[in-house]
Ligand binder design. Structure first.
Ligand code: SAH
Length: 645
């Protein structure tokens, strides 16, 4: 990625391309900044003349929309809702394929999610745009009010595919809060652990033949499996199925086997064993088949990965049907079965050299097709973990000192858009109004920073968008460094998972704002925590700061076990600065328990100081006026040196 592009918001990137349409100057004025911030194309009517940053369409809007309809994932209209409804009505097909359609009024007060709310992502987009415009999002889907994940979005974070079923009826049952039975055979169960209290789902253990103790007569059923279930049209019970991508097709074939033959073989295997094609993760084969045209074409068309393994690795797998002919030809007694097993195990992260084939679902089958070249052998392996083609993202978010209003809009947007939120429990509580139904929230104790970083990376590796919460700024004694270090240590290429850092107001700014302008001149920050930094280094920095007359912010000044450091720091500063130098002690800035003391360097220890406190030591010119602490900027009146006011 070009570093310049980092100013665009990573979280909305998956919506692009988006088209915005304005027919009046007012609408163009509202839409232009939105388009700039999310990277959308703004189309304006010819009659508006040239508007910088926009593209002009001529002729009828109806024709123009019809022309560009299939080119965009989302549309933002600056038009009356009635007009938009009439324009798009003939173009809508089905909610599983329709784009997100948003309408914004001319004053930019309301952002309406009109169509494609769930699967098109219009609700998510409307929420994000509303936040950036300080407008009201208007979402009318039923799941929004219940704090429940929408059934048609449930598997999206994990890369699952939607299968057959009556999605509308099941969604309606959930909206009525009637019991919904969930039978989950495969795929991540993370979503189950983060449902709100009183949710209507109950879980049947697919292994257990007896109904669970909390069995209720279901009013709807959700299957999460790799099986293709055929639902009887006569059944009253509405059902849907999600397919986690857990099936690996191990394929061996004669050189030149056609795409048609391979497809037909896959279809036949799926039909015979009742496997859902949507549950296929990809194809696995031997490395010498990496250029096999038919295989490549099938993978491209289906958007499947093609995994290859060397004969040496495949040869180590003990398979049910080894062949001496195959061994003589390619150097391993099995391609299809061994590759299916290897691919499944690799996803699960297990050792490849396993002497059993418990994850082999279908043993090898051979297919030929009249009139088509070649022969194809297929075996099917089952992976414990689903494959996801989503690229994980880690959003490193600074939430500011306390209340939500001290947090940037970009940070708020990032939290509400993430699939998962990881943070220290106290900070998670502070941001809880931003959390949305269905999000996976991992709140971990304060001491477990490294675990939090690891957890975030683990979730991002599954393809999730993960928000990692730090108080203040994430890059100042926060989680940003930890996560980036952890990524770097594990061979990160700088691209996957994608990373974006969202700045926040750090404690020194928050504290300074509460006492006046103490940081008005050169300043520095020193953390007194010697848990990770040796005291000798901290001491050296304190001496340098004191000597050079920096205004100094002391982070982590004192804890229950570290009580001496603040007194040492005071002694160092007293060597270089006047005992009456103003000092501000700010505890829990912008939180309910906020406490502010303005004192002096010599009296510093008389105030209570703890881990929720930051200490600001003035420089030799800092003064106190009333209860305001001011560090002079240093200009003589009438002489403006820099244009930074
Ligand atoms: N990333 C944070 C700092 C984390 S280190 C930031 O940018 O602000 C934790 C230390 O920050 C605490 O020991 C305390 O010194 C300071 N701190 C964090 N939030 C604070 C607040 N609301 N009021 C006062 N000090 C705070």
């Amino acid at each position: 990625m070009n570093v310049n592009e980092r100013r665009f918001n990573l979280i909305l990137a998956d919506f692009l391309p988006i088209a915005a349409i304005a027919t009046t100057p007012g609408a163009a004025k509202v839409l232009l900044p939105v388009c700039l911030s999310i990277g959308a194309d703004l189309w304006v009517s010819e009659s508006l003349g040239e508007i910088k940053g926009s593209q002009v369409y001529s002729g009828s809007l109806r024709e123009h929309i019809a022309h560009i309809w299939s080119q965009y994932h989302g549309f933002i209209f600056g038009l009356a809702t009635g007009a938009v409804v009439r324009l798009i009505a003939p173009l809508l097909k089905d909610k599983s394929v329709d784009p997100a359609v948003i309408v914004i009024d001319e004053n930019g007060k309301f952002v309406i999610s009109l169509c494609g709310g769930h699967q098109g992502g219009a609700d998510r987009l409307a929420r994000a745009i509303a936040l950036s415009l300080n407008a009201t999002p208007i979402l009318t889907g039923a799941a929004n009010g219940l704090g429940l994940p929408a059934v048609d979005l449930l598997g999206v974070p994990f890369g699952w595919n939607k299968g057959a079923g009556d999605w509308t009826k099941v969604a309606a049952t959930i909206a009525k809060n009637e019991p919904v039975q969930v039978i989950q055979e495969v795929g991540s169960t993370l979503w189950q652990n983060h449902l709100p209290k009183g949710h209507p789902f109950y879980f049947e253990d697919p292994e257990n033949q007896l109904p669970s103790t909390n069995y209720q007569l279901p009013k709807a059923r959700i299957w999460i499996s790799f099986t293709q279930r055929r639902f009887s049209p006569d059944s009253d019970l509405p059902k849907v199925q999600w397919h986690p991508r857990v099936l690996w097709l191990g394929i061996g074939c004669e050189r030149g086997s056609s795409k048609k033959l391979i497809e037909s073989a896959i279809q036949q295997v799926c039909q015979k064993y009742h496997l859902a094609e949507s549950a296929i993760a990809g194809i696995a084969t031997i490395d010498i088949k990496a250029d096999e045209v038919g295989l490549i074409e099938v993978c491209q068309e289906k958007n499947w990965p093609l995994k290859t393994f060397s004969a040496e690795i495949l040869g180590k797998i003990n398979v049910p049907n080894p062949s001496t002919i195959v061994a003589a030809e390619v150097g391993t007694p099995s391609v299809a079965e061994a590759a299916a097993i290897c691919a499944g195990l690799e996803m699960t992260g297990k050792m490849l050299v396993l002497q059993d084939w418990t994850n082999l679902l279908v043993k090898k089958q051979i297919f030929r097709l009249e009139g088509e070249r070649g022969a194809v052998t297929i075996a099917v392996g089952l992976s414990e973990k689903e494959y996801s083609d989503r690229t994980g993202k880690i959003l490193l978010i600074g939430t500011g000192p306390g209340q939500l209003e001290q947090m940037t809009i970009a940070a708020q947007m990032a939290i509400s858009q993430a699939d998962a939120v990881v943070g220290y429990s106290l900070y998670i509580d502070l941001i809880s109004p931003l959390l949305k139904p269905g999000q996976i929230v991992e709140s971990l104790p304060i001491t477990q920073e490294v675990e939090r970083a690891k957890k975030a990376i683990e979730l991002a590796d599954k393809g999730l968008t993960v928000a990692v919460i730090s108080s203040g700024d994430s890059g100042i004694y926060g989680m940003a460094g930890l996560v980036l270090e952890e990524l770097q240590a594990h061979g990160w290429d700088g691209q996957v998972p994608g990373v974006q850092v969202f700045p926040g107001i750090t404690a020194l700014q928050a504290a300074a704002s509460l006492v006046g302008a103490p940081l008005m001149h050169d300043f520095c920050a020193v953390s007194l925590s010697d848990l990770l930094t040796p005291w000798s280094v901290i001491e050296k920095r304190l001496i340098a700061a004191a000597e050079a007359d920096f205004v100094t912010a002391l982070y982590n000044p004192k804890s229950q076990t570290r009580t001496e450091q603040i007194a040492f720091a005071q002694q160092i500063f007293l060597k270089y600065r006047n005992p009456t130098t103003p000092v501000a002690i700010v505890r829990s800035a912008y939180r309910e328990t906020q406490e502010i003391t303005i004192t002096t360097l010599e009296k510093l220890l008389e105030s209570s100081i703890d881990m929720l406190t930051i200490v600001l030591i003035g420089n030799s010119n800092t003064l106190v006026h009333g209860d305001w602490m001011i560090t002079p900027r240093g200009y003589k009146v009438g002489v403006i040196e820099y244009s930074d006011f």
